[in-house]
Design a protein around this ligand. Structure first.
Ligand code: ATP
Ligand code: LTN
Length: 324
């Protein structure tokens, strides 16, 4: 069985883009792949976090993933900082990483302009390489913004293998279906994002029914007034994509169903399906989130599984480098 490692940061609010672009893809892959889902808390603190809120966010991401269908009997979910092998391997990889490789990273350039710079932000991609390489990962589901980081992981694996001897499997990108990309409700040119400053752009998984309906009502459309297969603007296509995703339909099926309907009518239908689905997830979320003991047990099992795999790789690394 192939191993897939995915990481998600416990920061910001999780939205329907994360649900359809990431979580649902993992849920679908659970039967064919060994999915290791990691909450990247050590990555999150490269940007200042409120320590009280961080702990809550970590549990929130775990519970949301489980509520959305990650099955702990099939997949493994764990918290990065609970497996010390990640920081250990990152240190060793640091010693074969050049400044130039990290200076080229566009995410570092962007983030260090927006936030106070720190060495952790600079070193972020090396820790991510360690995350991936520790599990002899076959495929990593990454969006456009993380491709450069995956490339670094591949480069470091090759460099290590050729300098010290074969240890690491070279990971490949798992390209997520393009239709799964959901755009901002306020600006269809921008992807729906946790860090959007306009709160109306994203529908969050934990939004109330009133918030969901309000955001859909205020979503931008275009100068026409009804749905037509040949005249769809980016804004309307995005709303139709959301409708299709929530109904498990293709865009073609959605056009056949909705052609001729007014935008007002369509928005009501869309709000109904989104509310129904998110309220279901929220109900499961509350149950999971309230049972701290059960949640802890799932995380303990995830951590133990993670360590059972990563410790083998790390031991080989130490032997090759001459540390044992
Ligand atoms: P930010 O925009 O602040 O970087 P984000 O919303 O992109 O945050 P990430 O934690 O970077 O969230 O991404 C988590 C996962 O969700 C990634 O796999 C990413 O590809 C996916 N994802 C994020 N936004 C969308 C979107 N609008 N449509 C589809 N998938 C998305
Ligand atoms: N940097 C990623 C999160 C992340 C990750 C990983 C993803 C951390 N480690 C390992 C895949 C594999 C992000 O911000 N989305």
């Amino acid at each position: 069985m192939k191993t897939v490692l995915s990481g998600i940061q416990p920061s910001g609010n999780f939205h329907i883009g994360n649900l359809y672009g990431a979580i649902n893809q993992w849920v679908r892959m659970q039967n064919e792949y060994d999915i290791i889902a990691m909450v990247a808390d050590l990555h999150a603190i490269t940007i200042p976090q409120d320590p009280k809120k961080l702990q809550e966010k970590i549990k929130e991401v775990v519970a949301l993933n489980l509520a959305a269908g990650i099955d702990p009997n099939k997949s493994h979910i764990f918290i990065q900082s609970e497996n010390p092998d990640h920081t250990y391997l990152a240190w060793i990889l640091n010693t074969i990483t050049s400044f130039g490789q990290l200076e080229r990273m566009t995410q570092f350039k962007e983030k260090s302009q927006k936030h106070e710079e720190n060495v952790g932000l600079f070193d972020y991609p090396v820790l991510m390489a360690a995350d991936i390489l520790l599990y002899q990962t076959d495929e990593v589901p990454v969006g456009e913004d993380q491709k450069q980081h995956l490339e670094l992981a591949r480069d470091l694996a090759e460099k290590f293998n050729s300098r010290f001897g074969e240890v690491f499997k070279i990971p490949a990108a798992y390209i997520v279906n393009e239709t799964a990309r959901i755009m901002s409700l306020q600006n269809p040119e921008m992807k729906m994002s946790k860090s959007d400053s306009n709160p109306l752009g994203a529908i969050n998984l934990l939004d109330s029914e009133e918030e969901i309906r309000g955001k859909i009502k205020k979503a931008v459309t275009d100068s026409s007034s009804s749905i037509s297969r040949n005249a769809g603007s980016a804004a309307i296509s995005n709303l139709l994509t959301i409708y299709a995703s929530f109904n498990n339909q293709t865009l073609d099926q959605v056009y056949s169903e909705l052609e001729g309907k007014s935008y007002g009518e369509f928005k009501n239908l869309l709000a109904d399906v989104v509310v129904k689905k998110l309220l279901e997830i929220q109900k499961r979320y509350q149950e999971i989130r309230e049972d701290e003991q059960a949640l802890r047990k799932i995380l303990d099992q995830g951590r133990d599984y993670a360590i059972s795999k990563s410790s083998q790789t790390l031991l080989e690394v130490k032997e090759k480098v001459g540390l044992v």
